[in-house]
Design a protein around this ligand. Structure first.
Ligand code: TXA
Ligand code: MG
Length: 311
């Protein structure tokens, strides 16, 4: 395999990336959350290459990216609640799980055989341009090897997947830095994954609380415990650095890298994966300061707990 083509977000490169997708290639592209590893969601071979490139367990369904809610309605059964969510949060860092439409045309590998599909309309201009040029559904998990930290720059993508992909669109670092929030709308609205939009904000629009999925049921397999693991061991709620450790701080404190010196959770989320990457690269154990469990702090702690899980 040869090295991936590195593309910019100029029109010619977007057109080239869209052609590559049509040809069944793997194209990594930026979204406002993290970089995704994209393939034509209707092409089973191309989708299989995503699992292969990531070394991902095959039972994980993938998120399908489209340019608009109108396009989403060709893939999934729409509802008033879906319309409400789409109107408020699309384009943006929300994925919605909906029942598959009869003629969806998606590869069953995308849904891992489920009768539902996770759909997202990203807000990032480059992602929008690519999806519009391609004019089809793009399956895209985060563009990192399975079990590793999600990529927030093209450099992370190249370091993690390198020759296993065909191209990467480089449009600089991602703004949100955490994956999309996932809401299930196949029945009563469920909160499936914490992410770039706070649960409270979704509940405010819904006018009622989201339900938690039944315990023990893995409806979002990406939630498997050690999914977001760095290579180093991770110790949480650390207030001081133990011998040999590097310390990831939050708020005013002495540390090696600080998620947000001012205690800003949005800034902390944007830094999270980048700083874990940097500290992981030191080869030393990572200690992490406590992060408050409010708003985006819930998603940050969710990722940190996975990173610290025994494996
Ligand atoms: O921000 C994001 O969402 C990024 C960017 C690239 O868009 N994508 C991403 O995709 O995080 P991925 O494949 O890493 O996460 C997919 C998540 C998993 O937790 C998976 O189990 C869940 O979506 N999922 C997909 N289809 C589902 C379905 N039908 N029912 C329940 N969960 C589903
Ligand atoms: Mg991922």
């Amino acid at each position: 395999m040869s090295n991936p083509v590195i593309l910019s977000s100029q029109d010619r490169d977007i057109a080239r990336a869209a052609r590559l997708l049509s040809d069944g290639a793997l194209v990594a592209f930026p979204t406002e959350t993290v970089y995704g590893l994209g393939a034509d969601a209707r092409n089973g071979t191309a989708v299989a290459r995503i699992y292969e490139a990531k070394g991902r367990p095959s039972f994980n369904p993938l998120i399908v990216h489209v340019a608009s809610a109108a396009h989403a309605q060709r893939l999934a059964l729409w509802s008033d609640t879906a319309e409400l969510m789409a109107r408020h949060f699309w384009p943006g860092p929300l994925s919605i799980v909906l029942p598959l439409a009869p003629d969806h045309g998606l590869s069953s590998l995308v849904t891992a055989g489920l009768t539902s599909v996770a759909i997202r309309v990203p807000a990032h201009a480059t992602a929008q341009a690519l999806l519009t040029a391609f004019d089809g559904p793009v399956a895209a998990p985060s563009a990192n090897p399975s079990g590793r930290i999600s990529p927030t720059t093209a450099r992370h993508v190249l370091d993690g997947l390198g020759p296993r992909i065909d191209a990467v669109l480089d449009a600089g670092p991602c703004r949100v830095g955490l994956e999309s929030t996932i809401v299930g709308l196949t029945g009563a609205p469920q909160f499936l994954r914490a992410g770039g939009i706070a649960r409270e904000d979704i509940e405010a629009v819904l006018g009622r609380p989201l339900q938690d999925p039944p315990t023990g049921e893995i409806s979002a397999p990406g939630q498997l415990t050690s999914h977001y693991a760095p290579q180093a061991t991770v110790r949480l709620n650390a207030t001081t650095r133990h011998e040999g450790e590097v310390l990831l701080g939050f708020g005013q404190m002495a540390c090696d890298l600080n998620l947000s010196a001012t205690g800003d959770l949005t800034e902390a989320a944007a830094h999270l994966f980048e700083y874990l990457h940097q500290l992981d690269a030191t080869g030393r154990p990572i200690a992490v300061a406590p992060v408050p469990h409010i708003g985006l702090g819930a998603a940050i702690n969710d990722r940190l707990e996975r990173a610290a899980a025994p494996r």
